[in-house]
Design a protein around this ligand. Structure first.
Ligand code: SF4
Ligand code: SF4
Length: 443
């Protein structure tokens, strides 16, 4: 099933079902549920109310905090509810529900055609911020924040992350093949903002057709480097190590080693926002897995329910054992298909009962396999044991749990199918809750 490199694993890629399928635009949904929390950072605040008529691309919730992101209507229609709704990451959260009028009437002046080269960096950053652009690889970190590092950080390299190392997912692959010119424009815009000369596009070597297309599109603008297909090659720390041989130490960020990393889909979204004035109202989603009748790469409006997306792929092939948002390694199991597509939804997978059953957990047999594959050099076995016993301070201070990137390599190789990442995420949440309580007590 896998073979080990110096770090990480080699899971089956399962990409053939969708790698050659061109992106299809899904028909407009009748209703969208748009959560106010779709990004890393503070949730945004609604600026519409029940009964309001909205147009596609209209601002409906504003991110006022230093790290937050605006949210826009993804269809035209009527705001019918602002209420707690199913959420693919949080379980439930506040969302704005819009019933579509079917007309897809866009906000005035969208699309447009801007001469971005005549703009200042501040103007361009403001457009990216206002358009609600976030990292499209899944993490959904606000893009304007990453493109505006503190002045004391000397950035010399922009890495475009096109590894797409998660099994099944092919959305970035298709973006490179079908939207190469948007990616080029987005990179030129980010190059201007960051003032860097060195731009490297890292693509796993199972996508050599995309390497060819990118090289032809970029010319001298960027180096396109094929990387060994190895999970988690697309993790920021890993791709920086692979492409630049620079190590991002514990507690550091890529900007501490002079690098900004942006996903290839984010580059295309930046171009759409800056040149055409289009905010982030849709994204490419790979819909795949053994229980999906017709796997596809779909362009989907934000807020469309998983149920509608799956129906657009012919529905389920029987009863699925599990529906996952994202890839199988870092993805999140969903309790209902009523959850909406959000800005970070790179994939929707449906797997069989048998495949899901293979994930049932038993006690640790202390084989050490998880330790040997952890790209961060952690002790996942010990972290999961400490998590079960809720010994959270030791997990943080002695075993560096905060360095865990939640890649899932440890769970993947574990013969006992330990839910190590789940345990680690739970411990991190307990630590965050504790820190918040302590902060509150000192106010
Ligand atoms: S402990 Fe964290 S970083 Fe290490 S393999 Fe497991 S999930 Fe990945
Ligand atoms: S791989 Fe699983 S069984 Fe082996 S040491 Fe790690 S947690 Fe325990």
């Amino acid at each position: 099933m896998f073979s080990r490199g110096k770090w990480g694993i080699h899971p089956e890629t399962h990409k053939t079902a969708t790698a050659d399928r061109p992106i299809e635009s899904m028909k407009l949904p009748e209703k969208v549920i748009i959560p106010i929390r779709q990004h890393i950072g503070a949730p945004c605040e609604p600026v519409v109310k029940k009964g309001d008529l909205v147009k596609t691309g209209q601002l409906i919730a504003v991110g006022n905090a230093a790290v937050s992101s605006n949210t826009h209507a993804s269809v035209s229609g009527t705001v019918t509810e602002i209420a707690v709704k199913p959420h693919p990451i949080c379980g439930e959260d506040m969302a704005i529900v819009i019933e579509s009028d079917g007309a897809d009437q866009w906000e005035e002046n969208i699309p447009t055609n801007r001469d971005w080269q005549a703009m200042t960096n501040e103007e361009i950053l403001s457009i990216i911020k206002n358009a609600g652009i976030v990292g499209m690889g899944g993490a959904a970190f606000p893009t304007y924040v990453k493109l505006n590092p503190p002045k004391d950080k000397q950035i010399d390299t922009l890495i475009i992350n096109a590894a797409e190392c998660e099994p099944f997912l092919t959305a970035d692959h298709r973006v490179m093949l079908e939207y190469a010119q948007s990616v080029v424009s987005g990179i030129k815009i980010m190059k201007k903002i960051l003032g860097v000369q060195n731009i490297i596009v890292g693509v796993e070597d199972n996508k050599m057709d995309a390497v060819k297309v990118m090289r032809e599109a970029f010319g001298d603008l960027a180096q396109v480097i094929p990387m060994k297909t190895q999970y988690p090659q697309g993790a920021e720390k890993m791709i920086i190590k692979t492409l630049l041989q620079r190590s991002v130490s514990s507690g550091q960020l890529p900007m501490d080693v002079g690098v900004v990393v942006q996903n290839v889909g984010t580059a295309a979204a930046v171009a759409d926002a800056v040149i055409k004035g289009i905010p982030l109202v849709e994204r490419i989603v790979t819909v795949s897995g053994s229980m999906i009748k017709e796997p596809k790469n779909l362009k989907v409006r934000i807020g469309t329910s998983f149920a509608d997306v799956i129906a657009a792929c012919g529905g389920f092939e029987g009863t699925p054992g599990k529906v996952i948002m994202g890839g199988p390694m870092m993805g999140i199991a969903e309790y209902t298909v009523d959850v909406p597509v959000i800005k970070g939804t790179s994939g929707i997978l449906a797997i069989s009962v048998k495949e899901a059953k293979k994930m049932e957990e038993s006690p640790c047999i202390h084989c050490g396999k998880c330790v040997s594959v952890c790209p961060m050099g952690l002790n996942p076995s010990m972290l999961s044991i400490l998590a079960e016993k809720e010994i959270i301070d030791e997990a943080r201070d002695e075993y560096n749990i905060v360095d865990c990137m939640e890649c899932g390599c440890c769970s993947f190789v574990c013969p006992a199918k330990r839910h190590i990442v789940h345990h680690i995420k739970y411990t991190k949440k307990l630590l965050a809750d504790k820190a918040a309580r302590e902060k509150g007590a000192t106010k």
